[in-house]
Write a protein that binds this ligand. Structure first.
Ligand code: QZP
Length: 394
């Protein structure tokens, strides 16, 4: 079997504007392909993507999960102690973070987060027309998450620009990367300061991370970098996760009716939405040894791009993959990744989505698009700038 070489650049504008169309070609070309424009290997089928994510020994994260190989290039920021590390170090930092971002911690937050969702829904429904991205997708996480981490009140808008830069920086140094970095210049300093123990509110997740990190023998700087992980990964992901979920319901009105008839489905809605259109479209691994995939040898030290979003719509794995369907089993979707690095904040994301839906279900009979969704191009995220909707009150 020869390795299919494709002239596709998955970070150019044409691709980023309409990834799903290009995903078909990537999947159909073979289990592993060579992307000439960015000089790296790629996988887009569910079986291979899922297997690569599970095999953290062969496909490592410590050389970065972007296109840049940390063994050859200096990372744009000090590497994450979670995302961009391997065993055994990864398990130590992940273990202490798991104790802070726990089910118990979330149960304690639920009443407050729920009240915030109801207040916001009340206001938006009264307006009838609103932007599901800015007024809801951005507004809700910003109402609950920064307070939970305990960052200073002043300057919180930096979080959105910082996260956009983080996700752009997993791609090649294209115009989107450079623009994101320029736009986030002040945000980098704001975030660094927000992560310091002195800056964080008492009783917050931020101070809990500092304590747990100190107990685990981490330095102050390392503790700050662990807080940074929450600020990097916890904002733009949920912002667009909620935005895309609203797009899913607006596009499939019968699924909104189904949800209203069976509100318990709210807890599964985000997972099906991520399967249908994954917020995190891609990230990379680096091979630690030569590895054989269906007769093709990927050499040691090669960058491999994993198309999570393509895997989540692979017809080899899913029936009618392009349909958003709350009734389908979503287990096995890779929207939160898979294996030892699987999303640390997935329970946070699910809870935010569930509470937003819980607040909308009794108030909203129908969700209608009033204009075309506007994409915000990002090298990693399927991001929306705007999603104008009109609701029919219940
Ligand atoms: C970003 C960090 C989907 C992931 C690439 C999101 C992400 C996770 C962790 C961090 C950043 O630890 O900084």
């Amino acid at each position: 079997m020869s390795l299919p070489a494709l002239a596709i650049d998955p970070f150019d504008e044409g691709f980023l504007r309409d990834p799903a169309t290009h995903h078909v070609a990537l999947r159909d070309a073979g289990p592993v392909v060579w992307l000439a424009p960015i000089q790296c290997y790629a996988m887009a089928r569910h079986a291979e993507v899922s297997a690569a994510l599970a095999d953290h020994a062969t496909y490592c994260s410590g050389r970065g999960v972007g296109l840049a190989d940390f063994a050859r290039e200096t990372p744009w920021r000090p590497p994450s102690l979670l995302l961009e590390t391997d065993r055994p170090r990864h398990d130590q930092t992940r273990g202490l973070m798991n104790k802070v971002v726990s089910l118990r911690a979330l149960q304690a937050l639920r009443p407050v987060w729920s009240a915030r969702a109801h207040e916001l829904a009340e206001r938006l429904v009264a307006r009838r027309r609103f932007d599901a991205v800015t007024d809801l997708g951005e507004a809700y996480p910003m109402l609950v998450f920064p307070d939970t981490v305990g960052v200073p009140q002043e300057g919180r808008e930096c979080l959105l620009r910082y996260a956009a830069a983080v996700f752009n920086a997993f791609g090649p140094r294209n115009a989107i990367f450079d623009e994101g970095e320029a736009a986030a210049a002040d945000a980098v300093g704001w975030v660094a300061n927000a992560c310091r123990r002195e800056s964080l509110a008492k009783g917050s997740w931020g101070t809990a991370i500092h304590s747990a990190a100190a107990d685990a023998g981490c330095s102050e700087a390392e503790a700050e970098r662990l807080v940074r992980s929450l600020l990097s990964a916890g904002v733009d992901t949920t912002v667009n996760g909620i935005g895309i979920m609203m797009l899913a319901f607006a596009t499939f009105p019968e699924q909104w009716a189904k949800l209203r008839a069976e509100p318990k489905l709210a807890r599964r809605a985000l997972d099906e939405s991520l399967r249908w259109d994954s917020t995190v479209q891609t990230f990379f691994r680096t091979t630690t040894r030569a590895v054989d995939i269906a007769g093709t040898t990927i050499p040691e030290g090669a960058k491999l791009l994993l198309f999570l979003a393509a895997a989540n719509r692979d017809p080899r794995r899913w029936d009618e993959p392009d349909r958003f369907d709350l009734g389908r089993p979503t287990s096995g979707h890779v929207g939160f990744g898979h294996g030892i690095h699987q999303c640390l904040g997935q329970m946070v994301a699910r809870l935010e989505a569930e509470l937003v839906l819980e607040a909308l279900i009794p108030r909203v009979a129908e969700i209608r698009l009033t204009g075309a969704p506007v994409r915000r191009l990002n090298n990693t995220l399927h991001a929306l700038a705007s999603l104008p909707i009109e609701i029919v009150p219940a």
